[in-house]
Structures are given as C-alpha cells and as structure tokens.
Design a protein around this ligand. Structure first.
Ligand code: F1P
Length: 291
C-alpha cells in the first residue's frame, strides 16, 4: 500500500520536533520583554495564537496573534513575527512590506520572497512538506517556539511518539461532527485540529475556548457527535457533554501531540470518504492573490 505525503509527514513529527528543540537559533526570535505581534494565515494563524498565549504565560512579554489580513500593525509593537510555511502568502508579504517595525519570519522555503521581506528569517527546511495540508511544519515551528521560551519538550515528544502509533477509535473515524476545545495556548491548537479535519476530509468541525462551549455551541452536541478536548477539560464539562449523548474525548497527552491524533483522524476520514488527503478540495499550497 502506498503512503500519502500527508501520512509520512504526520509520522515524522516526533523526529522533526527533536531536531527543532536541538537547534533553537540565538538572537533571532523575540526577546524577553518585547511587545510582539505574531501573524499568519490559516494554520499559521492558529500556531501564532498558540505561541502568543504561551509567551505571555511564560512571562516573556505582551504577545498578540492576528490573521495577517487583520493585524493592526500601527500599534506600537517591538517586533512582528510572521509565520509562513510557503513564504509566498500574499497577506503576510503585504504586511511585512507595510511595517517599519522590526520583523522576523519563520518559513520552510529559503527560495521565496519572505527571505528578503523580513529583517530576519528562520528556515526550517527539514520540516517542509509535499502535502498541501500543513501538519509537521506547523507543529515543528511551534516546538521551536516553545523551546525558545525555555520549555522542556521531552514529555511532549514522548506523547507524540504515542500519538503517531496508537490505533484510532472507530467512534472518531465515523463521527458526524466534531467540536474541538482548548484552554490558553491549546485554543489555537483546537482551531488547527478543526481546520485540519475540514481541509483533509471535508468534515463538519467547530472549535472554541473550552469555557465558551457552554455558552451556546453545546447545543450542537448529540449522539454520534464528538467533543474533543485538547489539554485538560474544565471541571464538570465531561459530564455535561455526556448528558447530551455526545462522546467526550480527552487523553491527557500534550495538546501538540493530541493534535497529531486529530491529523490522523482527518486522514482516516478522508480515506473513508474516497478523498486524497494530499489534495484537499479548493486549496493550494499557499494563497497568492493577484493585484
Ligand atoms: C497558509 C495557508 C495554509 C493552508 C493553505 C493555504 O500558508 O493558509 O495554512 O493550509 O495551504 O495557506 P503559509 O503562509 O503558512 O504558507
């Protein structure tokens, strides 16, 4: 049986994370105390959200995450950190061209316009991908950013080894709908898990901060549907969801490793629907808009 690029890239994440934490560049990423705006589109925006929450929590300074198209770059930031696997996304390049703030970019491709559009660039070429759908580049750059905040990722990498190997529960592969939940930095990862499922398998997914879920979205919960927590669920939420007949899923793995499981479910659901996860519907590797 041939393996898709997406599957191979998903499976390589523990190795990529190891490489990232062993190679955190000095003096390029945001410094302690700086006010930082982190920007990206699609997956890269959700990774920006995760990093922003982590950086603030680690006490490194105020950090805001924005979709590149919506970033208020006139505010006084010390640095703009732009995330873009392709290095070609129009909204990211336009934002970099339009700011006088110091800019740093993280990309997978050293032969792209972002190399000159940003003041400094970190290239993670070993994590680049053949699949249109981003998996390992996104998590590898977050592994790098977590390590840059002084986090020890040993447990997260062990969890990732587990996540690439464990059998997937049938209930997840066959479910009608998914609501992904997170708290703090895992809110961005919940958004990313939901996006992955939409991109690769055209599944009906939503994502919320866990405490927001009770404020309306829980109305969607029903038998055959899944509420999937990345990280630790707020007290009482499991019972409340289970009362609706929906399946509540929470594993205790590091949320970045849990995202790997969601990526794998996305691939399994793509196959079940006769879709090729390497070629998501209506999507290209990056969005390049003509002026
Ligand atoms: C961002 C992005 C991807 C998405 C799609 C289109 O790309 O929105 O997240 O899956 O492929 O582009 P990039 O700026 O990180 O290259």
């Amino acid at each position: 049986m041939t393996t898709t690029h997406t599957e191979a890239e998903i499976a390589s994440q523990p190795e990529c994370w190891r490489r990232a934490v062993a190679n955190v560049p000095a003096d390029v990423l945001p410094r302690r105390g700086e006010r930082v705006a982190v920007v990206g589109c699609g997956t890269s925006w959700f990774i920006a959200m995760a990093y922003a929450a982590l950086r603030e929590r680690a006490g490194h300074g105020e950090t805001d995450a924005f979709a590149a198209s919506e970033a208020p770059i006139d505010r006084r930031y010390d640095r703009v950190l732009a995330l873009s696997r392709s290095g070609t996304t129009t909204e990211v390049l336009e934002l970099l061209a339009g700011t006088t703030t110091r800019t740093t970019a993280i990309t997978a491709d050293p032969d792209t316009p972002i190399m000159t559009a940003a003041d400094e660039v970190v290239v993670l070429d070993y994590a680049d991908e053949r699949s249109v759908v981003q998996t390992r580049f996104a998590t590898t750059q977050l592994a790098l950013l977590r390590a840059s905040l002084g986090e020890d990722l040993t447990q997260a990498i062990d969890d990732a080894e587990q996540a690439v190997a464990v059998p997937l529960p049938e209930a997840l592969v066959n479910a009608e709908q998914f609501s992904f939940l997170g708290t703090g930095w895992s809110v961005g990862l919940a958004q990313e898990a939901a996006l992955k499922m939409r991109e690769a398998s055209r599944s009906w997914t939503e994502a919320y901060p866990a405490m927001e879920y009770r404020h309306g979205p829980i109305s969607i919960a029903a038998p055959g549907r899944v509420t999937w927590m990345l990280g630790t669920a707020p007290e009482g939420l499991r019972a409340q969801v289970e009362e609706t007949g929906a399946t509540f899923f929470e594993s205790g793995l590091d949320p970045m490793a849990e995202l790997i499981r969601a990526q794998r479910v996305a691939v399994a659901r793509a196959f079940a629907r006769g879709l090729n996860p390497d070629e998501p519907m209506h999507l290209t590797r990056s969005v390049i808009l003509s002026s």
